[in-house]
Design a protein around this ligand. Structure first.
Ligand SMILES: *Cc1c(COP(=O)(O)O)cnc(C)c1O
Length: 393
């Protein structure tokens, strides 16, 4: 299907039909091209491909037809001109950074991002003279104040993990653009099924395809969705450095996209049931879920998101001992830090995902010892509730 024809089509049609260019075999399902390189008809064609005079595949470090199908499909869903697939979500952030930043540049990043993203800025980009300021996600005045003349982009996740704080993307886009900065949103938690940051004013969307895009915990991958011009810069990074998505993985992710909308609705419905049940439980002191009326940004979430997602945080009295007991008493939930899987997972953030922070940093981030994070999967809600009941004793 030609990408120019996609405007009138709905989300699910785009998710199922975009990007598959049938071969001469007329296959119905998307093929996998496990090939490292491509053959030219003659020397002149090889020269034209290498010079960029004619488009087409050269070498799978930077193009592969299976990967391109995934890229065209995800771009259509995010409303992006272009998408570049990468070997992981971290490789997507790294490649974007290498494409956009040079020594002396500056980035503003929300404090409440994926831990490894913070390490990437503070340990690795810092080595090459890129400075990062961390601000509170929801504090628009702090974002504005942190911007310097050398700031290239603002980077955030919304909702945050695991406390599900939300920032208004259009408001932040305005702040970024007034200072000639780009706005970059890691949209891993929502996926385009629930939130489309580019249509709300953001310039770049980052994905860890590892999570909900796959949805079944089978492979590691990532993507950058943005303008054609910026995507070309990211392809340049891939061509030189090689953090490329493998065609087998691209196939898993492009098939995952076909059911993305259905799955995100089901994750959201299950999470809503669990959040409401937890909120009524006497042992639970706080529940963090944007779909709850009690969530301080429930109205904003309703405006900005089509559904509230699969991540639920809650606190029990009694600190770490009590939280670990709840986790260890469940049987169905998998004890793992992964998320975005059909299988529900349960995590103690203070001793795992946020375990590398100092006590003060953890307190500042609002990660209490009694906090538990659920990544709610697609099992029957009744069974998950029964399991939490067992956990809470
Ligand atoms: C997992 C995750 C990443 C990193 O993705 P990988 O595919 O594991 O490299 C980045 N951002 C968010 C929000 C994530 O959850």
């Amino acid at each position: 299907m030609h990408p120019d024809n996609t405007d009138e089509l709905g989300f699910d049609t785009l998710a199922i039909r975009t990007g598959h260019h049938r071969t001469a075999e007329n296959e119905h399902s998307e093929p996998i091209f496990p090939t490292s390189s491509f053959v030219f008809a003659n020397a002149a064609e090889a020269a034209a491909r290498f010079s960029g005079a004619t488009p087409g595949n050269i070498y799978a470090r930077f193009t592969n037809p299976t990967t391109r199908t995934f890229e065209e499909r995800l771009a259509a869903l995010e409303g992006a001109e272009a998408c570049v697939a990468t070997s992981s979500g971290m490789a997507a952030i790294l490649s974007l950074g290498l494409a956009l930043l040079k020594a002396g540049d500056h980035v503003v990043c929300s404090k409440q991002v994926f831990g490894t993203t913070t390490v990437l800025w503070n340990k690795y980009f810092a080595k090459f003279g890129v400075d990062v300021t961390h601000v509170d996600l929801t504090d628009l005045a702090a974002w504005r104040a942190a911007i310097q003349p050398n700031t290239r982009f603002l980077f955030l996740e919304t909702p945050s993990n695991p406390l599900t704080e939300i920032v208004e993307i259009p408001a932040l886009a305005e702040i970024a653009h007034a200072a000639s900065c780009l706005l970059v949103v890691d949209n891993c938690f929502c996926t385009p099924a629930l939130q489309r940051p580019l249509l709300l004013g953001a310039d770049v969307v980052i994905h860890s395809a590892t999570k909900f895009l796959d949805g079944q915990g089978r492979a590691i991958g990532g993507a950058v969705c943005t303008s054609r011009a910026l995507a070309d810069e990211v392809v340049g990074v891939l061509r030189t450095l090689g953090p490329t998505m493998a065609p087998f993985n691209a196939w898993i992710f492009l098939k995952g996209l076909e059911t993305l909308n259905l799955r995100m609705k089901a994750h959201s419905a299950n999470a809503q049931r669990l959040a409401e049940w937890l909120e009524a439980h006497p042992r639970v002191s706080n529940v963090y879920y944007p779909g709850l009326e009690s969530h301080p940004q429930h109205a904003l979430a309703k405006r900005q998101m089509k559904g509230f997602g699969g991540i639920v945080g809650f606190e029990v009295e009694g600190g770490r001992t009590a939280a670990w007991q709840v986790i260890d008493n469940t049987r169905l939930f998998s004890i793992t830090a992964n998320l975005g899987d059909a299988k529900s997972t349960i995590t103690h953030p203070a001793s795992t995902t946020h375990g590398r922070l100092s006590d003060e940093q953890r307190a500042a981030a609002g990660i209490k010892e009694g906090l538990i994070r659920l990544a709610v999967g697609l099992e029957d809600a009744e069974d998950l509730i029964r399991d939490l009941e067992r956990g809470l004793g």
